[in-house]
Design a protein around this ligand. Structure first.
Ligand SMILES: Cc1cc2nc3c(=O)[nH]c(=O)nc-3n(C[C@H](O)[C@H](O)[C@H](O)COP(=O)(O)OP(=O)(O)OC[C@H]3O[C@@H](n4cnc5c(N)ncnc54)[C@H](O)[C@@H]3O)c2cc1C
Length: 510
């Protein structure tokens, strides 16, 4: 049986395998001896990367996790969401097969229970990598299960044991923020914490909040056959993203059947039998929406309560643990990494910042700066929206004028043959140069394509250089070379153009 405190439902073989790896029921915490080089609070991506990296270099490391090793990413975030997104893609591919000349006879049925079981199997299959035994037996880390709480500037307590440290890293992550909406707690609602426990498909689902998590799950549930309404208070979802990109996604989600309610706020929830009534204020007035389930995705709250940060002299505010550019907190022994301290809450950022913490906390010499890390990201909707670096308005607010190079997916042969011509690439360069400041890609595989631009930014390679990079034909990546060609064409000055014309006129005569 799975410990009910682990919030892993249903109690099946997959979840038992997961629990056995990431929180074994018979785990005995070790007895701490002496001072650790590094104590890591939290066993999500940030904590695991910091612990494994430091131990791999020979440091004595303790890792404390109160719930499930692997944190949000493995258990209630990236892995389960991407697994069900894949099923939704499959459903969409079958539904859109006639457009490709494929006749589907008979009805298409989504077996929601099987979709979720597949997800649980994938999650359990990945879990040995984050397992307590791997970290303890293979990597030699002292793994403690329990709630970590600082008792001083260089010590913390877990399950009655005192862990003393030279350095510590706070990697306790974040959780779904819950808005103070009257009636919502009584009605009950889903967040990323429990939505992946579902085994029965909601017929009607309200998704509150149009951030990346809300958009990904709204489209996924819609493609799996749920009637989805997405409620967003702002006048467009994906607030941080390029507006044109969000518009492309809005059209796609509406085609999938998602009812997108923008500039709409949820005021109150009421239960009526098995249904939930949502009282909304919309631009057209007051409305009531009736659903079976509510999924809340309105932002993330850092996990800092109960850490007794005051005892350690670690400053914090509503957005989490305060850090400097070297990921150091106000206690010079203590660093922070991942969602608990960063505005960019992604697995790869948690990974990158923990690698920097290992260098900055454990070694003398040059330190890694947060401000130098180039962070790409992707929202895994269809089409995907990927971004890296600055948006033009950010650059301009920093006094850096921008040229934007725009190529439509409709100009890329592979996108045309695939029937996926929606979307675009925008590359933002420092005005008059090919220095890349940022880029947004909207379209299939955008999350993979953005890496090419990220690599260029890290390597200091200008946009123009992509013209000399051969891209296999036909691939979506040609969109980047096309942007480079567009840039290089502007380098042809009127004088050069006149000279070239004269040259070819001469060659025609001789
Ligand atoms: C639905 C969803 C989908 C996502 N998809 C993606 C994606 O596709 N790509 C991507 O890059 N990111 C994605 N993310 C974000 C990603 O999951 C997080 O950015 C990442 O997990 C952050 O890692 P972390 O280690 O900082 O925090 P967490 O993963 O939250 O880990 C923190 C750990 O600390 C533990 N902890 C907290 N307090 C204490 C304490 N006092 N004592 C001991 N332990 C404690 C917690 O139990 C937790 O295990 C997604 C998130 C969600 C919710």
């Amino acid at each position: 049986m799975i410990d009910p405190h682990l919030n892993l439902e249903p109690d099946d073989l997959h979840n038992r395998e997961l629990a056995a790896n990431v929180h074994p029921f018979d785990w005995q915490n070790p007895t701490p001896e002496g001072r650790y080089n590094l104590v890591v609070l939290g066993g999500g991506t940030a904590g695991l990367v910091a612990a494994a990296g430091a131990a791999g270099l020979g440091a004595r490391v303790a890792l404390v996790e109160r719930h499930l090793l692997g944190g949000d990413c493995l258990n209630v975030g990236c892995v389960p969401s991407k697994a069900i997104i894949r099923s939704a893609h499959a459903a969409h591919a079958v539904a859109s097969a006639p457009a490709f000349g494929i006749r589907v006879t008979g009805s298409i049925e989504v077996d929601f229970a099987s979709v979720m079981e597949r997800m649980r199997g994938i999650r359990a299959g990945i879990s040995p990598h984050d397992s307590a035994r791997r970290f303890s037996e293979e990597l030699g880390i002292d793994v403690f299960f329990g709630e970590a709480r600082f008792t001083g500037a260089d010590a913390l307590e877990v399950e009655g044991a005192v862990l003393r440290f030279s350095k510590a890293v706070i990697a306790t992550g974040a959780r779904a923020a819950t808005p103070p909406i009257p009636g919502l707690p009584e009605a009950g609602f889903l967040t990323n914490h429990n939505v992946f426990n579902l085994t029965e498909q909601p017929k009607r689902l309200a998704v509150i909040g149009g951030g990346p998590i809300g958009c990904e799950l709204a489209q996924t549930f819609a493609r799996l056959g749920t009637e989805v309404t997405l409620v967003e208070t702002a006048d467009m979802f994906l607030q941080r993203e390029d507006r044109d990109a969000a518009e492309v996604l809005k059209s796609s989600m509406e085609r999938d059947g998602v009812v997108v309610r923008l500039s709409t706020s949820l005021n109150r929830v009421q239960v009526a039998g098995s249904e939930k009534l949502l009282f909304l204020t919309t631009p057209a007035g007051e409305e009531t929406l009736t659903v079976d389930q509510i999924l809340v995705g309105v932002g993330r709250t850092p996990n800092i309560e109960g850490l007794d940060l005051e005892a350690a002299g670690v400053a914090h505010d509503r957005s989490g643990v305060k850090i400097d550019d070297f990921l150091r907190t106000t206690n010079r022994r203590i660093f922070a990494s991942g969602d608990v301290c960063l505005p960019y809450k992604f697995t790869h950022t948690a990974d990158a910042t923990s690698r920097a913490v290992i260098q900055n906390a454990l070694f003398p010499g040059p330190k890694k700066r947060l401000s130098k890390i180039v962070i790409p990201w992707c929202t895994y909707t269809d089409p995907e929206i990927a971004h890296v670096g600055l948006y033009p308005q950010q650059a301009e607010s920093e006094g850096v004028p921008v040229d934007t190079w725009l190529v439509a997916m409709a100009d890329v042969d592979r996108a045309i043959t695939d029937g996926e011509t929606e979307g675009f690439l925008k590359v933002h360069c420092k005005k008059g140069t090919d220095t890349i400041l940022g880029a947004t890609i909207v379209g299939g595989h955008a999350g993979d394509l953005i890496s090419e631009i990220t690599t260029a930014m890290v390597a200091g390679m200008g946009l123009g250089s992509f013209s000399g990079v051969i891209h296999p034909y036909p691939t979506r990546a040609e969109i980047i070379r096309k942007a480079a060609d567009a840039y290089n064409r502007t380098k042809l000055t009127p004088t050069a153009a006149t000279l070239l014309k004269k040259w070819f006129r001469f060659k025609r005569k001789h």
